[in-house]
Design a protein around this ligand. Structure first.
Ligand code: NAD
Length: 456
């Protein structure tokens, strides 16, 4: 465990096996943290809080820049570890899994220095102060990014952090801890405890020394964490599941919209929370779009990595079988294992999907696309909004203003217009059951701040 600026033996003897999804072989073990480890980490974070909170924001920014540089120095190793524990193809690990957190760290190094932590409102001065000790609980799908998306803004705000990474991908968090150590972050400001969700995660979320829980993961666990945070009157941020729609309006560049949409979904083997797992196409263009999607998916046959675990693979296969059973038309792919060993699932496209089908409603978290048909824009909007989720989405139209008008009516937190590029400053987070709160950029920083007003 990385606690109070040093690597310490764990309290218990339990371990977690880390398996390479491409080979199905265990290649590492990490300690399964107990509530005693969590308690030690929270105490270290509490002890470090006054000093870090009082550190001038520009100096905190400089430490975050040093963390970025230390991580950058380990870039190749970090990418190799993401590939080993998650199964992401090496190019994607480097270009996205590691490059993205480096950009996010840069953005917070700058935001810490430039943010106005103090403002005048009439006869008051309002100070933005750190929330306190943050318990960060992250999922496996973008292991380094999910951790950095919490740790960087929390540190910028002046909070101290205890991170509990996902069981499947704990090694990346250790790379981050090593980088924090190399960067000379003061002891206790950033701590890592590996462990099981219902044990170490639960102990962290419930610890009375934790002022805020920032959780990314499934809606089921998020609901419980939100409930216990509510009972303790604790700040909570929840980044949960999604079932995002890629809406292609008449007049859009159909081939581009379909190709970019399929690429967005297939990236990370479909294990992206805001993956465009539903494609909505006008009835007049439907057959053409299905043919384009089939051809686009075929290009990914040898390119998608395995899913993270046997459990995840079996879950995705189950959804594919259910899609067939509920009457959707399997255009390409299917639930048969495309190769072995490895937890692979073929890129799969379903047509003739109706909004009430399970594969149109539930988050699959695999390389499975559902193409739905709409009659007119109102019908498209109704279908797009007809899930419990609202995390991401895409809108394509010939006219940008038309795409914007449609996007404004969608119940979702982040939408790419005609293939808009990723922006690390844009707030990311969900409407409806996709979550509470926002990550990244100044909005992500605000999550970790509370205000104090002085009247004169
Ligand atoms: P998960 O909810 O099972 O686990 C997430 C984290 O919570 C892990 O670290 C786990 O150990 C921990 N955990 C599990 N049970 C816990 C408990 N009782 N108390 C405290 N912590 C506990 O989710 P997962 O399967 O790892 O991740 C996949 C899910 O995450 C998907 O639903 C996906 O959409 C979602 N996700 C959302 C976003 C987003 O930004 N909205 C990003 C990535 C992933």
């Amino acid at each position: 465990m990385y606690i109070d600026g040093e690597w310490r033996p764990a309290d218990g003897t339990g371990t977690i096996s880390v398996v390479d999804p491409a080979t199905e072989m265990e290649f590492a073990r990490v300690p399964a943290g107990t509530p005693v480890d969590v308690d030690a980490a929270v105490r270290a974070a509490r002890a470090a809080l006054p000093g870090w909170a009082a550190t001038p924001p520009a100096e905190r920014g400089a430490r975050i820049a040093a963390l970025r540089d230390a991580l950058k120095a380990q870039e190749a190793e970090a990418a190799r570890i993401v590939t080993s524990e998650l199964g992401a193809p090496p190019g994607f690990s480097k270009a996205v899994h590691v490059a993205l957190p480096l950009r996010v760290l840069t953005s917070y190094a700058e935001l810490a220095a430039s943010h106005a932590f103090e403002e005048k409102l009439g006869n008051s001065t309002v100070f933005q102060e750190p929330v306190g000790v943050v318990g960060a609980i992250t999922p496996w799908n973008y292991p380094l990014h999910q951790a950095v998306a919490k740790v960087a803004p929390a540190l910028a705000a002046g909070c101290t952090v205890v991170l509990k990474p996902a069981e499947n991908t704990p090694l990346t968090a250790r790379v981050l801890a090593a980088a924090a150590h190399d960067a000379g972050l003061p002891a206790g400001v950033f701590n890592v405890v590996t462990g099981l969700g219902p044990v170490a995660g639960q102990a962290l979320a419930a610890h009375e020394g934790v002022d805020m829980v920032s959780f990314t993961g499934s809606t089921a666990v998020g609901r419980d964490i939100g409930a216990s945070a509510g009972a303790a009157v604790k700040r909570v941020a929840l980044e949960l599941g999604g079932k995002s729609a890629n809406v292609i309006l008449p007049g859009a560049d159909l081939a581009r919209a379909v190709n970019v949409g399929v690429a967005q979904l297939m990236a990370n083997s479909g294990q992206t929370c805001h993956a465009w797992s539903r494609m909505l196409v006008h009835a007049d263009e439907y057959d053409e779009a299905v043919a384009l999607a089939e051809a686009a998916a075929a290009k990914y046959a040898d390119r998608v990595g395995p899913l993270v675990s046997a459990r995840q693979r079996d879950r995705v296969r189950g959804y594919i079988d259910q899609g067939v059973a509920e009457g959707a038309r399997l255009v390409t792919g299917g639930s048969d294992a495309p190769r072995s060993p490895g937890y692979y699932v073929s890129p799969t496209v379903f047509a003739d999907v109706t909004p009430d089908m399970t594969i149109a409603q539930e988050e699959i978290f695999g390389p499975v696309l559902a193409i739905l048909r709409y009659r007119d824009e109102d019908d498209a909007l109704r279908i797009a909004n007809a899930t419990v989720y609202g995390l991401g989405g895409g809108v394509w139209a010939g006219d940008e203003a038309e795409a914007v008008a449609f996007a404004r009516r969608m119940d979702t937190g982040q939408i790419d217009i005609n293939g808009g590029r990723f922006n690390p400053l844009a707030p990311f987070g969900g409407y409806k059951q996709s979550g509470v709160g926002r990550e990244l950029g100044p909005h992500g920083l605000a999550e970790y701040l509370q205000t104090k007003s002085l009247q004169f």
